[in-house]
Design a binder for this molecule. Structure first.
Ligand code: AMP
Length: 169
């Protein structure tokens, strides 16, 4: 049960947002292990080749999972961070927009991707990530999150890609 390691921080980063803080979970040897074990058990590891994580908290869980399973890791990053040739995708936020990028050759170690992030909220970030990985010729086999905010319509944005969450609010 990872729930007891999640700290609620009201009004961060702005008023009205209840921020789900994962740092107590990361600090706890037990909590961290449970999260990685949970993600490993959520999706059959034989169904994907590569773990793909979204900057920056998706990197923490994604790389630990990839290493545990003997798979490689692909980062999806904020604009201007990746040094090689990239594809980019922009998506709408409540106010304004955001962009994420991936290297064009990121599927070279295996095209079946498990998509990992810490939290599913509106789904905008992961929906853009799915578009990106498809554009470079990879297939998103499933999405795995530590936390899902079930009162937001995030799932509906991700089409028919199976979604797994360790903890739903
Ligand atoms: P979204 O694109 O709305 O699904 O937002 C997902 C991204 O925003 C994830 O990478 C989360 O890290 C972050 N995020 C959104 N809402 C929260 C929240 N209430 N608490 C913590 N992180 C959040």
């Amino acid at each position: 049960m990872v729930e007891r390691f999640i700290r609620d921080v009201p009004d961060f980063p702005k008023e009205g947002i209840l921020f789900k803080d994962i740092t107590p979970l990361l600090q706890s040897p037990e909590g961290l292990a449970q999260a990685i074990e949970g993600l490993a058990a959520a999706v059959d590891p034989a169904s994907y080749d590569t773990v793909c994580g979204i900057e920056s908290r998706g990197f923490i869980f994604g790389t630990a999972l990839a290493c545990k399973l003997g798979k490689g890791f692909v980062p999806i990053r904020k604009p201007g961070k990746l040094p090689w040739k990239t594809e980019s995708e922009s998506y709408q936020l409540e106010y304004g927009s955001d962009t994420i990028e991936i290297h064009v050759d990121a599927a070279s170690q295996g095209p079946r991707f498990l998509m990992v992030d810490d939290l599913l909220a509106t789904g905008g970030t992961m929906a853009a990530a799915l578009t990106l990985v498809r554009r470079i010729g990879a297939t998103p086999v499933a999405c795995a999150f530590v936390i899902e905010l079930g009162f937001l319509p995030g799932r509906a944005k991700l089409g028919d890609v199976p979604i797994h969450s360790l903890l739903t609010y």
